[in-house]
Write a protein that binds this ligand. Structure first.
Ligand SMILES: NC(=O)c1ccc[n+]([C@@H]2O[C@H](COP(=O)([O-])OP(=O)(O)OC[C@H]3O[C@@H](n4cnc5c(N)ncnc54)[C@H](O)[C@@H]3O)[C@@H](O)[C@H]2O)c1
Length: 264
C-alpha cells in the first residue's frame, strides 16, 4: 500500500460471499491482506475463501447477519482472534428491497428489513470495529457501500433509497470523525452491476461485471478517496438535482422575507 499507511493487515468484507463484496475480498487478499469473508450465506462465504486460498491468499469465512449487532460484535472479535487486528473494514452487505411498490403500499416490516441490513448493518460495523481500530492506533480504512441511489431518488424504491442516502451521510460524518485517528473513509457509490442483488428482477438494467470493483476500491483505499463512483454517465442527472436544490437555497432569503412580511 502506498499512501494509506495502514499497518494492520486484516480486512473484513461483509456481504463478501457474492458480487461486489466477493470482488473486494479477492482483491484485498491479492494485495496481501488476510480477509474475513463475512456473510449471512455460510456456504457461499466458504466457497469464496476456498477460491481466495486457491489463488494463494489467506481468508476465513464468518457467518454473520449484519442486521444483528451481537453477530457483528462476534465478527469483530473472531476476525481479530483468527486473522489479527483489522486495518480495513468494508461495510458492504446489502439487499435490494424490491423495486416498484410505493411507500403507501409497503408494510413497516419491509422498511425494517431493508433498513436493518443496509443502514443498521453499516452502523453495527462502525460501532463494532472503529473503537478497536482507534485503540490500535495503526491507521486504517472504512469503505461503506452506498449507491448512485444515494444521489438520485426514484419512485418505487423508497426503503432502498432511504437506506443509501443515510449511508452517504453517515460516511461523510465518519470521515470527519476518524481523520484525526489516521483512519480513512470512502463511500462506494456504484451504478448498476450484475450481481445477486438483482435476482428475481426482470425489469432493470443489470449492468456489468462487478469484478472491476475490487481493484477500484483498493485504489480508493490507497488514496483515501472520499467518494468512489463507477458510472460517470449519471453526472448530468446529479448536477441537475443539485442545481434545483441550489436554486431553491439561493431563493431562501427573499422567500423568508416575504413570509416575515406576511406574518407581521
Ligand atoms: N449490484 C448493483 O447494481 C449495486 C449498485 C449499487 C449498490 N450496490 C450495493 O452493493 C452492495 C453489495 O451488493 P451486490 O450487488 O454485490 O449484491 P449480492 O446480492 O451479489 O451480494 C450481497 C451479499 O450480501 C449478503 N447479505 C445480504 N444480507 C445480509 C446480512 N443481513 N448480513 C450479511 N450479509 C448479507 C448476501 O448473502 C450476498 O452475499 C449492497 O450494499 C448493494 O446495495 C449494488
Amino acid at each position: 500500500m502506498k499512501k494509506s499507511g495502514i499497518r494492520n493487515r486484516t480486512a473484513v468484507v461483509t456481504g463478501g460471499a457474492s458480487g461486489i463484496g466477493r470482488s473486494m475480498a479477492r482483491t484485498l487478499a491479492g494485495a496481501g491482506f488476510s480477509v474475513a469473508v463475512a456473510d449471512v450465506d455460510e456456504a457461499r462465504a466458504g466457497r469464496v475463501t476456498t477460491e481466495i486460498r486457491s489463488e494463494g491468499g489467506e481468508a476465513e469465512a464468518f457467518t454473520c447477519d449484519v442486521s444483528r449487532f451481537e453477530e457483528v460484535e462476534a465478527l469483530a472479535e473472531g476476525a481479530r482472534e483468527r486473522l489479527g487486528p483489522v486495518g480495513v473494514l468494508c461495510n458492504n452487505a446489502g439487499i435490494g428491497g424490491g423495486v416498484g411498490a410505493s411507500m403507501d403500499e409497503r408494510g413497516v416490516d419491509d422498511w425494517e428489513r431493508v433498513l436493518g441490513v443496509n443502514l443498521l448493518g453499516v452502523i453495527h460495523g462502525v460501532k463494532a470495529f472503529t473503537p478497536r481500530m482507534i485503540e490500535d492506533a495503526a491507521g486504517g480504512h472504512v469503505v461503506n457501500t452506498a449507491s448512485m441511489a444515494s444521489f438520485l431518488p426514484s419512485p418505487g424504491n423508497g426503503p432502498y433509497t432511504t437506506s443509501k442516502f443515510a449511508v452517504l451521510g453517515l460516511s461523510e460524518v465518519l470521515r470527519l470523525e476518524l481523520a484525526p485517528h489516521g483512519i480513512g473513509v470512502s463511500v462506494l457509490c456504484p451504478g448498476p452491476f450484475e450481481t445477486g442483488i438483482w435476482d428475481g428482477d426482470e425489469t432493470s438494467d443489470k449492468g456489468g461485471d462487478p469484478s472491476v470493483l475490487g481493484p477500484r476500491v483498493l485504489a480508493a483505499i490507497e488514496e483515501n478517496e472520499p467518494f468512489v463512483f463507477t458510472h460517470p454517465e449519471f453526472a448530468p442527472m446529479v448536477a441537475d438535482r443539485f442545481d434545483r436544490i441550489l436554486k431553491r437555497l439561493r431563493e431562501a432569503g427573499p422567500a423568508m422575507e416575504r413570509a416575515l412580511r406576511a406574518a407581521t
